[in-house]
Design a protein around this ligand. Structure first.
Ligand code: FES
Ligand SMILES: [Fe+2]
Length: 390
C-alpha cells in the first residue's frame, strides 16, 4: 500500500474494500456496527465455543443464566484456547492452569498466582445483544450504539415464525454484498439449472434499475413490468432486507434479513433471518419440518458437484437458490478481481455501494464523523409480490 500521505491508486482503493482485518480500513468500518456472530439456539447455557469473526479469534459462551458473552479466544497466561475450558456460572475458566474470566474480560481468579495478579489482568470482550434468533456483537471502540439499525418492523410483527440460520462460504464478504445490489443477476442466475420459485417469479426480463442512498443504506428498485416491481432495502454496511416467495405457490411471501459478516478476507459468515407469516399449526409444523430437512444445506459443502455440473440440489427454496448464487459468486474467486472487471450500466448499485463505502472510510481516516445511519422507517413499501433477489 502507499505510504501515509500518498494518494492511493484505484487498484489500492478497490483492494481496501475487500480487506477486513482488525487494523484494515474496512475492518474498522464494519466494527462501527452491530454484527451478527452466531445463531443463539446453537449455543447452550454453560457451553463455550471458538468464534472467528472480523479477523479476530474469540470465545463465545453462554453463562448459567442464559446470557451470552464474547471474550478473547486465547488465555493471556500461556495462550491456550479459552473455549476448551469450563463455563462456571457467568465466567469461563481456562483448562490449562485455571485462570478464570468474567464476561467483562476481567480475570477474577489466577489460582497459582493470587488475587493481585488476577486483578491486573483483563482480556478483550465485546457487548452482545440477542435479536430474532441471532447473537449480535458490537466490536467497535467505546460504548456501543443503541441496538436499532439491524431491527426490522417486519420481523417484530405478531404471528410470525422466525427462523435464524448461519453458514460459512469460502469467499470474501464484499462480492456477496455486491450480489445483493445486482438485480440483473436474478434474471440469469436463478434460471440456472432449473427454475425454482425465484425464476418463476421474475421471468428473464432485464429490469430497469434505480438505486437510491437512504437514511439506512441503499434502496434498490428493479422494475420488470407494471406488476413486477421489486424493492429491497439494504442497510449499511452489510445487511439486505428482501422479500421472497413462500414454501408453496399460495404461501405468503417471506421477509428475510441477510447479513454477510467476514470471518476473514476469504471466508464469510452468512446469517439469515426468515420471518414467515403463520399459516396455522399444521402448515407451520410443515414449514419447520421443511427447514429441518433442508435448512442446513450449504452449497460450499457441494462445491465440486456444483462446479463439475453434476446437478443442482433438489429443494427449490432452501437449496437451489443459494446454490445458484454460490456458483456465480464463488466463480469470481475467493476475492473477486475488481482490477480487471468491466462494469456497465447494470452495475449502478455496485458503483453506488463502493462510492459510499469509500466515502465512509475516508471520513474515518480523516477523523471526521461518518454518516449516522438510521433504520428504515418505510418498510411498508416493500413489495409482497413481484421479482426476487437473494
Ligand atoms: S494458559 Fe490459561 S491458565 Fe495457563
Ligand atoms: Fe441471487
Amino acid at each position: 500500500m502507499s505510504g501515509k500521505g500518498t494518494p492511493l491508486t484505484n487498484v489500492e482503493r478497490l483492494a481496501r474494500l475487500a480487506s477486513c482485518g482488525p487494523e484494515s480500513d474496512m475492518g474498522r468500518l464494519l466494527r462501527r456496527f452491530w454484527q451478527p456472530v452466531a445463531v443463539g439456539a446453537k449455543l447452550e447455557a454453560g457451553k463455550a465455543r471458538a468464534l472467528r469473526v472480523l479477523g479476530e479469534d474469540l470465545t463465545l459462551y453462554r453463562g448459567a443464566s442464559g446470557k451470552p458473552y464474547l471474550v478473547a479466544g486465547r488465555c493471556p497466561h500461556r495462550r491456550t484456547l479459552l473455549h476448551t475450558g469450563w463455563v462456571q456460572g457467568e465466567e469461563v475458566r481456562c483448562i490449562y492452569h485455571g485462570w478464570k474470566f468474567a464476561g467483562s474480560g476481567q480475570c477474577t481468579e489466577a489460582p497459582a498466582e493470587g488475587d493481585e495478579t488476577a486483578a491486573r489482568i483483563r482480556v478483550v470482550s465485546y457487548p452482545l445483544h440477542e435479536y430474532c434468533g441471532l447473537i449480535f456483537a458490537w466490536m467497535g471502540e467505546g460504548e456501543p450504539p443503541a441496538f436499532e439499525l439491524p431491527r426490522k418492523a417486519e420481523f417484530e410483527r405478531p404471528g410470525l415464525l422466525v427462523i435464524a440460520r448461519e453458514q460459512i462460504w469460502p469467499m470474501n464478504f464484499l462480492q456477496q454484498i455486491e450480489n445483493s445490489l445486482d438485480a440483473v443477476h436474478v434474471s440469469f442466475v436463478h434460471l440456472a439449472g432449473k427454475v425454482g420459485p425465484f425464476g418463476e417469479a421474475v421471468t428473464a426480463n432485464i429490469p430497469t434499475l434505480e438505486y437510491v442512498e437512504t437514511d439506512s443504506g441503499i434502496r434498490q428498485i428493479a422494475t420488470r413490468g407494471p406488476g413486477n416491481v421489486r424493492i429491497s432495502d439494504w442497510s449499511f454496511p452489510n445487511n439486505n432486507h428482501i422479500v421472497t416467495p413462500g414454501r408453496r405457490k399460495d404461501s405468503p411471501w417471506v421477509h428475510r434479513g441477510v447479513w454477510n459478516v467476514p470471518v476473514d478476507d476469504t471466508h464469510t459468515l452468512k446469517f439469515g433471518v426468515y420471518a414467515i407469516p403463520s399459516e396455522g399449526p399444521e402448515a407451520d409444523a410443515e414449514t419447520l419440518a421443511h427447514f429441518d430437512a433442508h435448512g442446513d444445506y450449504n452449497p460450499a459443502e457441494h462445491h465440486d458437484a456444483l462446479f463439475e455440473g453434476r446437478g443442482w440440489p433438489s429443494d427449490p427454496s432452501l437449496q437451489l437458490t443459494p446454490a445458484q448464487d454460490y456458483v456465480a459468486i464463488m466463480g469470481q474467486g475467493a476475492i473477486a478481481d475488481r482490477e480487471h472487471e468491466r462494469l456497465g450500466k447494470s452495475d449502478a448499485g455496485i458503483v453506488l455501494l463502493r462510492r459510499i463505502m469509500q466515502r465512509e472510510i475516508e471520513a474515518i481516516r480523516a477523523g471526521e464523523p461518518p454518516k449516522i445511519w438510521r433504520r428504515a422507517a418505510r418498510e411498508a413499501e416493500l413489495p409482497r409480490q413481484g421479482g426476487a433477489s437473494a
